[in-house]
Design a binder for this molecule. Structure first.
Ligand SMILES: Nc1ncnc2c1ncn2[C@@H]1O[C@H](COP(=O)(O)OP(=O)(O)OP(=O)(O)O)[C@@H](O)[C@H]1O
Length: 287
């Protein structure tokens, strides 16, 4: 299996919201996420990024509905899974085992009355019933170390952790079952810039170490230029451009992408120094 093979294919996916004024939130979107890559998805608020993420997870709820298209997960076993055809237990297993998601504000979705260890342990208990308590504890400890949270915090409750630590715990949970793809929808928006950058670096490092693919969604194009292999630009429900990071930055073909790039003044500084080159972040310029 090579790095260039797709892990997920979205084919002409359309999602509408049946409100008073019908909203076509995602319109005939086609894209592929390749094994082991970070695909950035950028676009201004309301362009349909979160709806696309929900669609990929088969999580669209009324008044939303999928009006057309397919989502296919290409499992590393060689099996192709028709995601929109899954339901019940098989769908739940797919969501944690194959593809996991860190949603916007997810750090507030930790249960406040249960220590974080028990929450990670629950995921393992449900999906890996053969694991003993000691194995679950060891795995939780290993996951905490991976995401940079001292394992001594395993007994903590969510309110005892900083926002950044809570988000790291959410990322640890998303990694728990070694999924092949992690979808991150504005995972750091609620955090201050320094903490945000720390977490994004961690995600980038983990991705290189563990080789899962990431769909990283944000309106923060400079951030995507730092961490992505390729970037898709979304506008009014459609993907208007998709290309490698350097092509997006130096040779964008689309006027809307140019407009988005111009809207970030910091991008007019040291030109392109912060772009991801061969998977390495430039530590000095990637502030
Ligand atoms: N539950 C809903 N009911 C009706 N319309 C919705 C619903 N959720 C989203 N929409 C509409 O669908 C469109 C796309 O919204 P979506 O949240 O997917 O965009 P987004 O790019 O993720 O925005 P943001 O960056 O602000 O999260 C918007 O016009 C939004 O108002």
């Amino acid at each position: 299996m090579t790095a260039k093979e797709p892990v997920l294919t979205v084919d002409s996916l359309s999602v509408h919201y049946a409100t008073d004024r019908a909203v076509p939130a995602v319109e005939e979107v086609s894209l592929q996420i390749r094994r082991g890559e970070i695909l950035g998805l950028a676009g201004e608020s309301g362009c349909g990024k979160s709806t696309l993420a929900l669609g990929i997870n088969h999580l669209i709820r009324p008044p939303g509905y999928v009006s057309g298209g397919r989502v296919t997960f290409h499992d590393d076993s060689g099996e192709d899974i028709d995601v929109l055809g899954l339901s019940g237990r098989v769908l739940r297993t797919y969501r944690w085992n194959k593809v996991s998601t860190v949603f916007q504000g997810a750090m507030n979705s930790l249960n406040p009355v249960i220590p974080v260890f028990a929450q990670i342990s629950d995921v393992l208990k449900t999906h890996r019933p053969g694991m003993s308590r000691a194995q679950r504890r060891d795995r939780a400890q290993e996951l905490f170390e991976l995401v940079g949270v001292p394992p001594s915090r395993l007994r903590s409750y969510a309110h005892e952790l900083s926002g950044g630590m809570r988000q790291r715990v959410m990322i640890a949970m998303a990694l728990a079952l070694t999924p092949q793809l992690i979808i991150m929808d504005e995972p750091t928006t609620a955090l201050d810039v320094v903490v945000q950058r720390g977490i994004v670096r961690e995600v980038s490092r983990l991705q290189r170490e563990l080789d899962f693919a990431v769909l990283f969604i944000t309106h923060d194009l400079p951030l995507l230029l730092e961490i992505s292999d390729r970037i898709a630009i979304m506008r009014d429900g459609k993907i208007v451009e998709m290309a490698g990071v350097e092509d997006i930055y130096f040779a964008t073909r689309h006027p809307y992408t140019r407009q988005l790039l111009r809207s970030f003044p910091s991008l007019t500084g040291a030109r392109g120094d912060f772009i991801r080159h061969g998977g390495e972040l430039d530590e000095e310029t990637a502030v």
